[in-house]
Design a protein around this ligand. Structure first.
Ligand code: GSH
Length: 330
C-alpha cells in the first residue's frame, strides 16, 4: 500500500491503524456527480453532464467497492457510455496500483499511465491521500469525477437513463429510507467488517469485528429466509453492495482475513441469495475470484508474508437455487 503526500508517492503502509490496532478507512476526496444536465449533484461541483463515451472507470477486479460500480455499469447497459481500465491484481508497496501486464489487466488507454497515482496527480497535482479504486474519470475535462463507489453507483443508476441506459431503478424513491438503513448496517458490519477483522493488528479489535460480522450475517440470513431480496421484492443497490462481499467470502475473507466462524456456504439462505444474484443477467461476468485471490493473498505482506495463493475452495455459483419461490408472495 502507499499514500500520496503533496503529490509525492510514499511507499509505506499508510496510517489505517490506531494504536489500538483497529483498522480505519480513509475518506475519498473526489466527490463530483455526473448528472443528466450537468448541474452539481449532492456534493462537489457542476460540469459533469451525462454524455456518451465521456467517462472512464479505473477499477480492480478484486475490490468489492469497485465491483459495485462494474455491476451497475453492466446491469444498466452502460458499456458504450463508460470505458474501463483494470489495474494489475498486485498492489505493491513501492508503486501502489499499477497497469503492469498481468492477468485481467486492461491498460490505461485514456491517460497512458503505468501507475494509478499518476492519474490522481493529473487531476490534482498536490493530491494528498489514499490512491484507491474505483476512480471515475472525465475524458473531456481530463479530471477526476468521483472516487466513492456508493456515489458512483447512484449516478450510474439514473444519470444515463435519457441517453438509452437499460431500464431498471436500483434505488427507487419509495425504498430509499429502508435501503439507506440496510446499507449503513451492512457497510459497518459486513463490507467494512471483513476489513476490520483482516487488518486488525491486535486480538481484541479482531475479535470485536468478527463477532459483529457474524451477528450481522445471522441477521441477513433470517431476513433472507422470508424474502428474496434485502429490500422490497426487487434487486436494489443494497443487494449489489452486500453481494460483492458475499461472493468473495469463502475464497478470500474466510481464510485471508480470518473471518472463519462459518463459511458462507454454511448459511442456506445467504448462499442461495448469493447464487440468485450471481446468476442475474450480466453479473457473473463481473466476478473474477482467481484475480481476487491473487490480489488479497499476494498484496498484503503483513498478513500473508509468503504470498502463497490457496488453490481452493472449490465452488459452483452456477448451481440451481430456490430463490424464485419468493416471487409468488413477495
Ligand atoms: N470508499 C472507497 C473505498 C475504496 C477502497 O478502499 N479501495 C481499495 C481497494 S479494495 C483501494 O484502492 N485501496 C488502496 C490502498 O489501500 O492503498 C469506495 O467505496 O469507493
Amino acid at each position: 500500500m502507499g499514500f500520496l503526500v503533496n503529490g509525492q508517492w510514499e511507499p509505506v503502509w499508510y496510517d489505517t491503524e490506531t494504536t489500538q490496532g483497529e483498522f480505519k478507512r480513509l475518506e475519498p476526496v473526489f466527490r463530483n456527480w455526473i448528472t443528466t444536465d450537468g448541474q452539481a449533484g449532492p456534493t462537489g461541483t457542476a460540469g459533469f453532464k451525462a454524455e456518451a463515451n465521456r467517462y472512464h472507470l479505473y477499477i480492480s477486479l478484486a475490490c468489492p467497492w469497485a465491483h459495485r460500480t462494474m455491476i451497475m455499469r453492466q446491469i444498466k447497459g452502460l458499456e458504450a457510455f463508460i470505458s474501463v481500465s483494470v489495474v494489475n491484481a498486485y498492489m505493491n508497496d513501492a508503486e501502489g496500483w499499477t497497469f503492469h501486464e498481468g492477468a485481467g489487466v486492461v491498460e490505461d488507454n485514456v491517460n497512458h499511465k503505468t501507475l494509478l497515482h499518476e492519474i490522481y496527480t493529473l487531476a490534482e497535482p498536490n493530491f494528498t491521500g489514499v490512491v484507491s479504486v474505483p476512480l471515475l474519470w472525465d475524458k473531456k475535462l481530463k479530471t477526476a469525477v468521483n472516487n466513492e463507489s456508493s456515489e458512483i453507483i447512484r449516478m450510474l443508476n439514473s444519470a444515463f437513463d435519457h441517453l438509452g441506459a437499460k431500464a431498471g431503478d436500483y434505488y427507487p424513491a419509495s425504498l430509499r429510507t429502508e435501503i439507506d438503513e440496510i446499507n449503513e448496517f451492512v457497510y459497518q458490519t459486513i463490507n467494512n467488517g471483513v476489513y476490520r477483522a483482516g487488518f486488525a493488528t491486535k486480538q481484541a479489535p479482531y475479535e470485536r469485528a468478527v463477532t459483529k460480522l457474524f451477528a450481522a450475517l445471522d441477521v441477513c440470513e433470517a431476513r433472507l429466509s422470508k424474502q428474496r431480496f434485502l429490500v422490497g421484492n426487487q434487486l436494489t443497490e443494497a443487494d449489489i453492495r452486500l453481494f460483492t462481499t458475499l461472493v468473495r467470502f469463502d475464497a478470500v475473507y474466510y481464510g485471508h482475513f480470518k473471518c472463519n466462524l462459518k463459511r458462507l456456504v454454511d448459511y442456506p439462505n445467504l448462499f442461495n441469495y448469493l447464487l440468485d444474484i450471481y446468476q442475474h443477467q450480466g453479473i457473473a461476468q463481473t466476478v473474477d475470484l482467481e484475480y481476487s485471490k491473487a490480489h488479497y493473498y499476494g498484496s498484503h505482506d503483513t498478513i500473508n508474508p509468503t504470498g502463497i495463493i490457496p488453490l481452493g475452495p472449490i465452488q459452483d455459483f452456477n448451481q440451481v437455487h430456490n430463490r424464485n419461490r419468493f416471487d409468488k408472495n413477495g
